[in-house]
Structures are given as C-alpha cells and as structure tokens.
Ligand binder design. Structure first.
Ligand code: GLV
Length: 330
C-alpha cells in the first residue's frame, strides 16, 4: 500500500504530479481553508502533510496524526508550525525559502509605490468617473527617490528589497537581531541601526521580520508615534507584527502619512475602521502570488515530501534536519 499524503488545498497541478506516482494522495481540491475538524480527521493515517499557512500544526494536530513523518508547508513563514513539537515527535518540517525572495521583494516595491504615489486612489477615481481633467493639486503623493528606506528584518527578502533601493537612489537603514556581514552592507549600501533610530529617520518603514514572541506588536502605539508624520509603513511580513488597532489610530490621527498592508493581524479580517481609510493600501496577501513563484513553491513543497518519504533523502529546506539524521541512523 502506498503511504498517504494529505494536501489541504488547491496547489499548482505540476506539484501534485510529483506526489501521485508515489503516494495515495488525499487531495482536497478546494480554494477555501480546510475546517479544523476535517483536517484532524484527514491526517489520521497520513505519513506526509502538505499544508498552508492557514493551518496550525501543533500538538493537537500531531496527536491526531501518529504516523506523520513530514510536514511540508507551502510558505516560507513558519509561525503556524510548532517546530520544536514536531522535532520532539520526530516529524520533519520543510518550508519554501529562496524561491519567493525576489517576487516578494518586487511586491514590497509595488506597495511602496502604490501608497506613496496614490495609485489605488487614482484607479478608484477613474472607475468612479470622478476624473474631470488634469489638476495641479490632485492626489499629490510623495517622492520615493532620494528618501530613506528603513528595513526591519534583514533576511533574504529584506536584503532583496534593499538591493532594489539602489535604483531609487535611496539611503538604506536596516535593523535586525544581528548585523549583516560587512560585504553585504557594502554591496547593498545599507547601514545597521537600532529599531528606534530606524523608525525616527525612515520615510518608508518596511517590515520583513519573522513573527515570533519578540516581534509580536513590534509596531505598537509607542513605536508608531516615533515615526515621521510624513512616513509610510509597509507590511509584507506577518500581520501581528503591527498592532492593527493602533495603526488605525495612527492613520486617522496623522501620526504617519500612510500604510500599505499585504497581511493582517487576524487574517482574513481587518481591524475596524481600516477599510475606510484612503491612506491605506490593502492587499489580500499576494506578495508571492505570481504564476512562476507559486509554481516553484508548489514543486519545492511537494518535492520535499517525495524526497523524504519516497527516496529517503533529507530535503535541504528542512528546518529541523536533525530529525532526518536520527531517522536514517535508526
Ligand atoms: C507567505 O506569506 C509565506 O510565508 O510564504
């Protein structure tokens, strides 16, 4: 009998083809998140789980899936997966780093330009038939070139965002738990500063940190008040890094000029009042959403399961590779 692999949602067809020759694939071909009870029922005899960032992989799920050997998430973010608990139970965890870096960095720039140059408001005006001809004072935005870009979280995506800033002649500041090597700083013309300095000096503050206990509500009322009144906040990382209620107050009260969000604190919901604010660009979590990148993510996510369960190879994108080492030693 082939081992069972559960796939919780629609994924690109070519990634499914990496699984079907080797496994009995329980494919839930739907575009809505799987209800929790259904997920717990379906993983019962599963050896592999291909899941998304909308599914919490915790002790409860692992209890329901005693035969599980690999969780492969179709995302780079891992905040929905209790990795230490998976490790304790000998379950390998893989994700999709690298393949979405450039696509997500492109998208951060789309957010920066949209909010600074009021692209979405202009589009709405045209569609509403409200454009009455060129007006020197209409929808005035802010220049992006020659400004200061602050990147909070200087990992793969943060650095790819910094690289693109060269084309806009910007000064680049970054903060992170550790300073990047000198060669990276020189290459990207980026200066390491503390978070407070970054917030006080940047015209565009872009979030690219992981979400964990140290970054939850990193942008709270106190820190939002540190930003320039003319600054913009861009979030392409995870919603709970910003206290969304405080952000609504900041946007309404003019503590900052605008925000562009791809992620939300209680996704897919938004904080009360956010949707009514013209100085917010609101996007439904699309940063990695290109045909090419979603294809690559799917192949990586499915290929990791095939590598591990069908070919006995430890995938290089595992975050707890010690699990694979002790499984092969056993
Ligand atoms: C998307 O947010 C991801 O983590 O890949």
């Amino acid at each position: 009998m082939k081992p069972r692999v559960v796939v919780t949602r629609n994924i690109p067809a070519e990634s499914l083809e990496l699984l079907t020759p080797h496994f009995d694939v329980d494919y839930r071909e739907r575009s809505t998140p799987i209800p929790r009870r259904e997920l717990l029922r379906r993983v019962k005899n599963a050896r592999g789980l291909l899941c998304l960032l909308t599914e919490r992989v915790n002790g409860e799920l692992l209890d329901a899936a005693p035969e599980l050997r690999i969780v492969s998430t179709f995302s780079v973010g891992l905040d929905h997966v209790d990795v230490p608990e998976c490790t304790r139970r000998g379950v390998l965890v893989t994700h999709t780093p690298g393949v979405l870096t450039e696509t997500c960095a492109d998208f951060t720039w789309a957010l920066i330009l949209s909010v600074a140059r009021r692209i979405v408001e202009g589009d709405r005006m045209m569609r509403a038939g409200k454009y009455k001809g060129w007006d020197p004072l209409m929808l005035l935005g802010a220049d992006v070139h020659n400004k200061t870009l602050g990147i909070l979280g200087f990992g793969r995506i943060g650095q790819a965002v910094a690289r693109r800033a060269g084309g806009f002649d910007m000064r680049v500041l970054y903060s992170d738990v550790r300073q990047a090597p000198g060669a990276v700083e020189r290459d990207l013309h980026a200066t390491f500063v503390d978070t407070e300095t970054l917030l006080k000096e940047s015209d565009f503050v872009c979030l690219h940190t992981v979400l964990d206990q140290t970054t939850y509500h990193l942008l709270d009322e106190r820190r939002l008040r540190m930003m320039k009144k003319t600054a913009y906040l861009i979030n392409g990382a995870r919603g709970p890094i910003i206290d969304e209620g405080a952000l609504v107050k900041a946007l309404k009260g003019g503590w900052i000029r605008g925000a562009a969000l791809d992620v939300y604190e209680n996704e897919p919901k938004m904080a009360a009042g956010l949707a009514a604010l013209p100085n917010a660009v609101l996007i439904p979590h699309l940063a990695s959403a290109t045909l090419e990148t979603r294809g690559s993510m799917g192949r990586l996510a499915a290929g990791s399961i095939a590598d591990y369960l069908a070919f006995g190879r430890a995938p290089s994108n595992a975050v707890n590779p010690q699990v694979a080492r002790s499984a092969s030693a056993a």
